[in-house]
Design a protein around this ligand. Structure first.
Ligand code: PEP
Ligand code: MN
Length: 356
């Protein structure tokens, strides 16, 4: 449930509500809006719901107490109506601007990364990506350069001025990845690695949580809830395709997840057309579709010579294709910007609601 404090409520009244929640063995999380404080109460409430609601309603400074109907609480639009906007370095994610995360699947050498970094920066990418710890289906495939790759990535970020994002695969890696990266990425295979979610929930850098390839939207939001409830509110969701019966594409891009997520959650949404399709020539149309559907941006794999890539060459686009993609993306983004200005109001106006 969440407790809306009156605009005139004092700090002492807010603290008294939080103390009452803690005394029940539950967790208070406050959201300080421009006008008032809203406190979410999370934890197993069970049979206490009614008595607790009426007791909290009676405390000084409390305006209203409302149950949150969704299983995800802190990530829900019910708790926070305004979009979460994430600022990292010079990049802003979720404010209506177009975020473009671009770079190689794997960091293969300093020269390879620098070549891509310079090219994507010149084209207007806002965040540099590159994998150093690679989750590969086969143990015989290239596993990434590890910490050496992280160094190249951090250096390229400093040189180009772009914030950098890279994957962290296990809790024991969080410290070292946190030292080099500006945004930590949780890959599809780890979406429900709960100890990893809690570990990245304890750091103060943004986390991009990719959708598990077999996960429902609700399971995905519950995974995001692990990170936020552990103390880190800066979570970005990335739709990267799910596994279906279709075999022509590597995965099936769930474009409907984009407006659905904007309806259900205040967190920013990124579309990854590279892993979603597995095919270079499908990357552009799917990237454009993602932005047209209202995504806050895209993540795309770029390689100077995709045929020589040590991972995901088939879905990596060339530097020239990236330049072309950027200009088309800007055009689509400019066209749809107004349509997506207020997802809460627009989905309400369309009568979207019901169970989901
Ligand atoms: C990646 O971004 O390189 C990656 C491994 O993605 P995913 O976890 O979506 O497969
Ligand atoms: Mn990849």
């Amino acid at each position: 449930m969440f407790i809306v404090m009156a605009a005139s409520a004092s700090e002492a009244e807010v603290n008294a509500v939080k103390a009452a929640i803690l005394a029940e063995g539950l967790q208070p999380h406050d959201n300080r809006g421009a006008e008032r404080v809203v406190i979410a109460l999370v934890g197993e409430v069970g049979a206490r719901r009614q008595t607790l609601m009426s007791r909290l309603s009676g405390l000084p400074g409390v305006e209203s107490v409302t149950p949150i109907s969704r299983p995800f609480k802190l990530t829900s639009r019910e708790f926070q109506a305004e979009d979460t906007v994430i600022r990292v370095g010079g990049a802003v994610i979720g404010d209506g601007s177009l975020t473009v995360m671009a770079g190689p699947c794997s960091i293969e050498s300093r020269a390879q990364l620098d070549e891509v970094a310079d090219a994507v920066t010149a084209c207007g990418a806002t965040i540099l990506r590159g994998g150093a710890f690679k989750p590969r289906t086969s143990p015989y495939s290239f596993q990434g350069l590890g910490v050496e790759g992280l160094r190249y990535l951090a250096d390229a970020g400093r040189r180009t001025g772009l914030p950098v994002i890279t994957e962290v695969m296990e809790p024991a890696q969080v410290d070292v990845v946190n030292r080099y990266a500006d945004i930590l990425q949780i890959g599809t295979r780890n979406m429900q690695n709960f100890s990893l979610l809690q570990a990245v929930g304890r750091i103060d850098r943004p986390v991009m949580l990719k959708r598990g390839y077999g996960a429902t939207v609700e399971e995905w939001l519950m995974a995001a809830e692990y990170i936020v409830s552990s103390g880190n509110p800066n979570v970005i969701l990335c739709e990267r395709g799910i596994r279906t019966f279709e075999t022509y594409t590597r995965n099936t891009l769930d474009i409907s997840a984009v407006p659905l997520l904007h309806h259900l959650t205040h967190l920013p949404v990124i579309v990854d057309p590279s892993h979603a399709t597995g095919k270079r020539w499908l990357v552009k149309p799917m990237a454009l579709a993602g932005v047209a559907a209202g995504a806050d941006g895209i993540m795309v794999e770029v390689h100077p010579r995709p045929e020589e890539a040590l991972s995901d060459g088939e879905q990596s686009i060339t530097l020239d294709s990236f330049r072309d993609l950027m200009s088309s993306l800007r055009a689509v983004h400019a066209d749809v910007a107004d349509l997506h200005r207020d997802p809460v109001l627009s989905t309400a106006a369309l009568g979207v609601g019901g169970k989901h």
